[in-house]
Write a protein that binds this ligand. Structure first.
Ligand code: NAD
Length: 335
């Protein structure tokens, strides 16, 4: 690296759904990216393998694991900012494997905070989730809404958030927490509702298997969530560091209405079959999420640029491509 080359930015969870879109956006903004991909013996780079060569020319892939402090230390060394997205994120799987959620989402975040602290990295963006609020007690949900963790996933993410807050208070670690509401788009895992529905229809199904149709969510298109990451990652420190910011559209839709909308966009009559296996324990299901993102808007000027319909059209086009659909298992319940 020439002495004058700007320092790279590090991304954890880079091979995942949001992470791979963030890597693309960072490169488009002129950054070199050091991308942590979770070590696996297949040397798979996940979704990064599908990015164009001219993007990957600016990406250094590092196989590693956020549960390992040395791995994180090496990733972060010499970077100008760290975007920490790595996490286990499926709610149903968190019922089965909660220890792994604590190790990845709590201890993994602790390792990132420690590395950023000791290496003096100027900016860390930590990723939270709207699931930490639980079912809305007041709407729209601002950052002052109580935290009510209804699943081991939500609890592990809230644990990471509390550590981030404490590292800012105790050690002045320059961390900003982004709390995205539900995000969707190309490359999302089929455990999430939108890819599940679109994927089943694209695979030729007309009877869609789902869990509870009543919960409402506030869905952001992935490019808008990525824009929120960049907004908090590049804003002046005085405006964002030490703070938590929601990102979301402020509009809610029930899962049932979402299925109807997808059917309309895909020009298909859909029937829904409830699958008991997909219904969550009653007290664990988050019934309502709708975002108040006014703090983020005021601090950075961020605003969503895509409607739900526009984002769904992009997502449908992605899943209708047989090459993309072939990467998924549309015929099974993806936990
Ligand atoms: N998708 C959403 O709707 C949503 C909403 C709010 C917050 N988030 C948060 O956004 C982040 C990214 O989520 P996503 O939807 O892209 O999910 P994803 O599963 O596609 O991405 C998570 C990534 O973390 C990696 N990872 C898991 N364990 C790891 C480990 N031990 N070491 C290193 N890497 C590891 C995975 O390989 C994966 O690439 C997560 O922190 C998630 O909690 C997602």
């Amino acid at each position: 690296m020439p002495a004058s080359a700007p320092a790279p930015v590090a991304v954890t969870g880079a091979e995942g759904f949001i992470g791979s879109h963030l890597v693309e956006a960072l490169v488009a903004a002129g950054h070199r990216v050091r991308a942590m991909v979770q070590y696996n013996s297949f040397s798979s780079y996940g979704w990064l393998e599908t990015l164009p060569g001219e993007v990957m020319d600016n990406v250094e892939v590092v196989l590693g694991d956020v549960r390992d402090p040395g791995s994180v230390h090496g990733l972060v060394t010499g970077t100008e900012a760290v975007y920490h997205l790595a996490a286990l994120i499926a709610i149903p799987y968190s019922y089965r494997a909660p220890h792994s959620y604590v190790e990845t989402n709590v201890t993994g975040t602790l390792n990132v905070l420690e590395a950023v602290r000791h290496l003096g990295i100027p900016r860390l963006v930590h990723t939270s989730t709207s699931e930490t609020y639980g079912t809305a007690q007041t709407v729209p949900i601002s950052e002052d809404h109580p935290i009510n963790t209804q699943s081991p996933y939500a609890a592990s993410k809230a644990g990471g958030d509390r550590l981030a807050d404490s590292y800012h208070a105790s050690f002045e670690v320059p961390v900003v927490t982004l709390r995205p509401f539900n995000t969707f788009g190309p490359r999302q895992s089929m455990r999430a509702v939108i890819p599940t529905v679109i994927g089943q229809v694209a695979a030729g199904e007309r009877t869609i298997t789902l869990g509870d149709l009543r919960p409402t969510r506030d869905f952001s298109y992935v490019k808008d969530t990525v824009a929120a990451f960049l907004a908090v990652g590049t804003a002046p420190a005085a405006d964002v560091v030490g703070r938590t910011f929601n990102s979301g559209t402020g509009e809610e839709i029930s899962v049932g209405d979402l299925v109807s909308l997808i059917g309309k966009i895909m020009d298909t009559e859909l029937e829904v079959r409830a699958d008991q296996e997909r219904i969550r324990p009653a007290a664990s299901e988050v019934m309502r999420l709708v975002c108040d993102a006014s703090r983020l808007r005021a601090a950075t000027g961020w605003a969503p640029a895509h409607t739900l319909e526009q984002g769904l059209a992009q997502t449908v086009a992605f899943f209708r491509d047989p090459l993309n659909l072939g990467r998924y298992k549309a015929g099974i319940y993806n936990v």
